[in-house]
Design a protein around this ligand. Sequence first.
Ligand code: DON
Length: 351
Amino acid sequence: MFINGLRIKMVVAATLIAACFIPATASAQVSRSPVAPRRELVESVVREAYEKFKGDTGGKNADYIPYLAQVDSRLFGVAIVSADNQVFTLGDVNYSFSIQSISKVFTLALAMEELGPDQVFQKIGSEPTGRPFNSVPAVVDMPTHTGNPLVNAGAIATTSLISGKDANEKWNKILAFYSKAAGETLKLIDEVYGSEAATNTGNKALSMLLAKYERIYADPFESVDIYTKQCSIGVNAFQLARMGATLANNGINPATRKQVIKREHIPYVLATMTVAGLYDSSGYWAWHVGLPAKSGVGGGIVAIVPGKGAIAVFAPPLDEAGNSVKAQKVIEYVANKLDFNLYSPASVGLK
Ligand code: DON
């Protein structure tokens, strides 16, 4: 009975895999998930989205970090990297922008590599604040004070968990970890760091408030400085998509094949992105898109389609919550057209 059942399953699986391999082009020979949409379809849907939204003038560059105010608002790039390392890019994908809050995802992952998920959960937490990303009242009101690793207070506290004999060693560890996730050596954008370090009084205030509640785990101002550097790391849309694809691919970078993040930590990272990745718009995002994602005030958003890949979009103008307007629109369009919404039965092949 078991053997017969197994045989039927094997025949069905072989049929599905064969169907996926029907060679429309040479690239269709690459193996992929039986439920992943075909490359040609992904490309045409991304092109449609790019054309549809490229003229959108909604939103405005972040200006509380002076450097960001003068970045060209018309820059617009889209990159997709699949779990089996297929790449599709469109527009300004070589422009290096600051990763900003998207960094928080990877420092969370690094903290878990060092301390394990239970310690990180206990020291930081994972509750949405429903408040802006830099909220002071959230620190006072939230029972954990830190809230979650993706708001500024929780992120600064997460950075404070990274071990090292001095600030330099901690910073280098963070930079090396992000680089492994990207599969390339990433660099600090000095001008962004200088601009943010000269104006980050709000984050320093958050760090001192956390110290009052004993919810920061190293020197507060040292932690803010390392955090400011991690936010000033330069990525282009393609590198960001590959960092996302590492999350989509169980922690293995699809290009280098190296295990960067322990596979058992991935669900905690993705769950945190779901509850807080777009701050006080995370509810809207879960409802309309249904993918774990993270935004940064530099204009990037990366969304993860577990097991399949990641899409990264860069376009500097932001909405009130600090999320790129065009990036949200492109990802929402693509996710819906390709049935990526994780809460949709269609996402796992059910109709
Ligand atoms: O600390 C800050 O305010 C920035 N370095 C990062 C904020 C951010 O990217 C929020 N994202 N949408």
